[in-house]
Design a protein around this ligand. Structure first.
Ligand SMILES: Nc1ncnc2c1ncn2[C@@H]1O[C@H](COP(=O)(O)OP(=O)(O)OP(=O)(O)O)[C@@H](O)[C@H]1O
Length: 207
């Protein structure tokens, strides 16, 4: 579903990771690990096509990925239902009920996103992935603001997605309880300092 070969990536013109190769098949989850600043977000942005690699290749089909970055990507004045409707329609779909149920949003459907708590808003942001219909979900620190019960909801949604033939890539510092996930420690791929490429700083707030 997704593979990278001998990938090198830079942020702000500075190489951060190099020599990365991995493949992700249907039903698999990959957890990206590494200390702050090592390049997890940069790797996800590169996989999502928001910035080009310095070297190497990303192989992924069209309309395969859905990316949830640091921002929740919700429209503050729209309700929970309206936000999910909006995202479903962006991806040419209409079904939102399973996402509402999976992220325990039933009691909040008519509330404006701006009036949700931080954790509720994060649950809505994560629920967006379910309405995309895309097979590969990518998350950057998905559990920020989530309590233990909500982390479990998230892990369960990912597990169901994997069981249905989907795949997931996640940058996270916490243990999600997804024992089936492979862990990719980015430490050994830290780039030697060098002359980098130009900066491509796309706006990731949208996703
Ligand atoms: N816009 C930018 N311009 C220059 N350098 C940047 C920019 N954004 C990030 N960096 C640097 O690129 C490196 C990789 O950052 P990145 O956000 O990918 O790391 P990360 O592993 O996701 O970190 P964290 O765990 O803190 O989220 C860091 O050293 C960071 O300071």
């Amino acid at each position: 579903m997704l593979s990278v070969s001998n990938l090198a990536i830079a942020r702000g013109g500075v190489p951060v990771l190099e020599g990365l190769s991995f493949a992700l098949n249907a039903g698999e989850a990959l957890v990206l690990r590494g200390p702050n600043g090592i390049g997890k977000t940069t790797l996800l942005r590169t996989l999502a096509g928001l910035q080009p690699p310095l070297a190497g290749e990303v192989h992924v089909g069209e309309d395969v990925l859905a990316y949830a970055g640091h921002a929740d990507g919700v429209k503050p004045t729209l309700s929970v239902t309206e936000n999910l409707d909006f995202w479903a329609r962006i991806f040419g779909r209409s079904e939102i009920a399973p996402a509402i149920a999976a992220f325990d949003l039933e009691g909040l459907t008519s509330r404006a996103a701006q009036n949700l708590s931080a954790g509720q808003k994060r649950r809505l942001g994560l629920a967006r992935m379910m309405v995309t219909g895309r097979p590969v979900w990518m998350f950057d620190e998905p559990t920020v603001s989530l309590d233990a019960a909500s982390v479990a909801l998230f892990a369960s949604a990912v597990r169901t997605h994997l069981a249905g033939g989907g795949a997931a890539v996640m940058a996270t510092h916490i243990d999600l309880g997804l024992t089936e996930a492979r862990v990719l420690d980015l430490g050994p791929y830290r780039a030697a300092a060098g002359v980098g490429a130009a900066e491509f700083d796309s706006d990731e707030a949208f996703l």
